[in-house]
Design a protein. Structure first.
Length: 169
């Protein structure tokens, strides 16, 4: 039996993946590492959007290979995540982890929402046509991308990553 046949629509499958990603993030990423995850995701997103503006070669690669932008985003994101986990920023991140479970869950939802929106944004149009209304509403349009892009930043400033005296000591 095919795993995808368990879901009546592709939208429910993507929603299942989204919830599963949040749960996996909650299990495998400690609260102390959420700040690093936040930085890695935003830096990777910005680099994959900005670098092609300054390099004709990169624009050519992205135009020639439809999945290269998605692959570049994933490589940069996970490369930065690994590098930042093992840097001095890891010590700082332990000091600024969210203290409440509800705040931690909201950060995770925001980060996974931006991650999913970015992946769907970088997918070729030939695959995006198979997505339904729910996926397009939650992850597949620029308004959703703006929402998911702003949500983690909003929580970072509204409910700060706690230290004794705010953001920095």
């Amino acid at each position: 039996m095919d795993f995808l046949s368990l879901f009546p629509t592709i939208d429910l499958f993507i929603l299942f993946l989204f919830v599963g990603a949040i749960l996996l993030n909650a299990i495998f990423v400690k609260k102390e590492k959420l700040f690093i995850d936040l930085l890695a995701l935003y830096i990777a997103f910005v680099l994959v959007i900005i670098v092609p503006m300054f390099s004709v070669t990169v624009v050519g690669w992205f135009a020639m290979h439809e999945y290269i932008r998605l692959l570049a985003f994933l490589v940069v994101k996970f490369g930065l995540l690994f590098a930042l986990w093992h840097s001095n920023l890891g010590d700082f991140s332990k000091k600024v982890s969210p203290t409440q479970v509800s705040t931690s869950v909201m950060y995770r939802i925001g980060l996974m929402g931006l991650f999913f929106t970015t992946i769907i944004y970088f997918l070729p149009v030939t695959i995006k046509v198979y997505f339904g209304t729910l996926t397009n509403f939650l992850f597949g349009n620029l308004i959703a991308m703006l929402f998911w892009f702003v949500l983690p930043i909003f929580f970072a400033f509204a409910y700060r990553f706690k230290t004794r005296r705010g953001w920095l000591e």
